[in-house]
Structure formats: structure tokens, C-alpha cells
Design a protein around this ligand. Structure first.
Ligand code: P6P
Length: 326
């Protein structure tokens, strides 16, 4: 019975009660992110019906074609967070520079709508966010050049067959499913734990010829039949990071976006994609690295820095590291 009545706000308030000194600002901030998520979810779910599909004809700072929903999601997150009085500054994939807000205790990093290349074909997409304590009231890029271990919270929203809000404040990972009829995120996945080892691997094998030999050796190993070690693994790749990550979080497995000849530092972003998801996966008992260094130990040198990303079940990621470090 408890699950039906436990919504995100109540869960956060009950979580907050464990910290007598908590001011409630954090709960307020999460409620603002949840509001943005509901608004974005509404637009994503009706995208096929109104002329919001298609490209704006502009490119974002990182050169990706920007879809109208990307801009809508970015502006929604930016306006709600910057006006809420809890966020002093933010960094977004769609903003070239750090954004200064009026006042607040926190910094927020986010990818407003990851996987947007899938919008037109109704494949699940998502929002990824991370929250840091501010260091200064003046916000510039330097405030974001810190290891992901300093995150105080992180999460993602996946806009799929249902809209789910998954987050951690450092006390486990919890998932909430949006009930559109009442506009509430209802607790559906309490204390998510990723299996220690999984049989799913997620990588764009179309890039095989561009990979270095050690990665090819790993992929050849996990696709070589061997009953004793449950090989071959199964390939599942949606091409939408949040969707691929979410499936592997629940089922176990490894997601890989390595560096290759086209992406010498990998394709995915350290600050607002890899670090928040690494925070989540470690809280769920998993692990994330760039093949050599834990993602949460890496310090970005600029807001849009890319990184190779290997993330998921700890035994799978450690097995991958052994191949790369041979
Ligand atoms: P590729 C989507 O464009 C994205 O940023 C991630 O969501 C996804 O994991 C990755 O790129 C897919 O990249 O090169 O395999 O199409």
C-alpha cells in the first residue's frame, strides 16, 4: 500500500528528516527539477503531434544539431532553476558558458535532453543532472572544475513508455514513475541495486574498425561462446545514453563509449553526463571509469570536456579495465 501513496516530495521530506540540520532547500530544489521534468515530459510525449519536431537549424556549442525540444528542455530547466532562488549557477550542454543565477546554495549541471537524435523516431530520451554545493557567489567555469565525488546528488529522467525520475542523494538510488493523471512521481523502484555482473553489453559496434586493439580483444572475448563464463554476452544498444544506462542499471551489464579515431577523447561529456551517471551507478553498487581512472575522480578542465565512458556492473567494468590495462 505504501508504494501507492509515496510520492517524490514526501519521500524527499522523509529522507530530509534523517538530517535534523537540513534546511529543506534541497527538497525544494528537487521539487523544481521534478516540475521541469513534468513539463519536458509533456512536450516530449506530444512531440509527434505538434510542430516541435525537427531541427532548429542551429548547432549547440558542441556542434551537435539542436532540435527544438533540446532548446525547450534547456530553457525550461534554466528558467525554473535560476528563478527558484536555490541555484547560484548552472552548466548545460546547450550553454556555451556557465550561467550565473541570482542567489542560491547549489550549482546544477545538466544535459537537458540527451539522445535527442532519437526524438523523431519515438525512442526513449532523457535529462541528466548533478548537484554541487556552491563554492562562491560569483559563478564561472572554474566552480565546475571539480571531481564528481563532490556531487551532493545526481539523477536522470527517462522519457520512455513511462516517465521515470531516478536519483540519489548519497543514500541509495530510488526510482519514481510519473502518474500523468495526477501529475505526481510515485515511488516504484526503492533502493535500486545493479547486479554485480551482467550479460548485456552496449556499444556501437559500427565503430569496431576505429577501436584500438585492446578494446577489440575485449569485445572479441565477451562475444566468444563459453558456457562456463556465460559468454557470449548479449548486445543491446539503443543509441540513447539514458535509455541504455537505465536498462543496464536494472538488468546488469556494461555500457561502453570508448575513444576512437573519430573521438580521441570519447564522445560523451564528463561534467553533465558521465559524472552524474557514475554517482548513480556507484550508489547502486556499480562502477564507472574511463578505462584507467574512476569517472568520479576525474576533474574536468572545461565544461564541455569529453571522456571515454565504461559504466555498469562492477565486475564487467573491472574486466574491461583488465583488457585495456594489459
Ligand atoms: P553513437 C546521443 O546522441 C548520444 O549523445 C548518447 O545519448 C548516446 O549514448 C550516444 O550519443 C550514441 O552515439 O555515436 O553511437 O550514435
Amino acid at each position: 500500500m505504501e508504494k501507492q501513496t509515496m510520492n517524490l516530495t514526501r519521500f524527499l521530506i522523509e529522507e530530509q528528516r534523517k538530517y535534523p540540520h537540513a534546511s529543506g532547500v534541497f527538497t525544494e530544489l528537487f521539487s523544481e527539477i521534478a516540475l521541469a521534468a513534468k513539463i519536458i515530459s509533456r512536450e516530449v510525449n506530444k512531440a509527434g503531434l505538434v510542430d516541435i519536431l525537427g531541427y532548429t537549424g542551429s548547432k549547440n556549442v558542441t556542434g551537435d544539431e539542436v532540435k527544438k525540444l533540446d532548446l525547450f528542455a534547456n530553457n525550461t530547466m534554466k528558467h525554473i532553476l535560476c528563478r527558484g532562488g536555490n541555484v547560484i549557477g548552472l552548466a548545460s550542454e546547450e550553454e556555451e558558458e556557465a550561467v550565473q543565477c541570482e542567489r542560491g546554495k547549489y550549482l546544477v549541471v545538466f544535459d537537458p535532453l540527451d539522445g535527442s537524435s532519437n526524438i523523431d523516431v519515438n525512442v526513449s530520451i532523457g535529462t541528466i543532472f548533478g548537484i554541487y554545493n556552491k563554492m562562491d557567489d560569483f559563478v564561472d567555469e572554474k566552480q565546475f572544475m571539480r571531481p564528481g565525488r563532490e556531487l551532493v546528488a545526481a539523477g536522470y529522467i527517462i522519457y520512455g513508455s513511462s516517465t521515470m525520475f531516478v536519483y540519489s542523494t548519497g543514500n541509495g538510488v530510488h526510482g519514481f514513475t510519473l502518474d500523468p493523471s495526477v501529475g505526481e512521481f510515485i515511488l516504484s523502484h526503492k533502493d535500486i541495486k545493479i547486479p554485480k555482473k551482467g550479460k548485456i553489453f552496449s556499444i556501437n559496434t559500427g565503430n569496431y574498425k576505429k577501436w584500438d586493439e585492446k578494446l577489440k580483444n575485449y569485445i572479441d572475448f565477451i562475444t566468444t561462446p563459453d558456457k562456463k563464463t556465460q559468454r557470449p554476452y548479449s548486445l543491446r544498444y539503443i543509441g540513447s545514453l539514458v535509455a541504455d544506462f537505465h536498462r543496464n542499471l536494472l538488468y546488469g551489464g556494461i555500457f561502453l563509449y570508448p575513444k576512437d579515431m573519430a573521438h580521441p577523447n570519447g564522445k560523451l561529456r564528463l561534467l553533465y553526463e558521465a559524472q552524474p551517471l557514475a554517482f548513480i551507478v556507484e550508489q547502486a553498487g556499480g562502477y564507472a571509469s574511463d578505462g584507467y581512472t574512476p569517472i568520479l575522480d576525474k576533474v574536468p578542465h572545461d565544461i564541455h570536456e569529453r571522456t571515454p565512458l565504461f559504466i555498469g556492473s562492477i565486475e564487467n567494468v573491472k574486466e574491461l579495465e583488465q583488457f585495456l590495462q594489459k
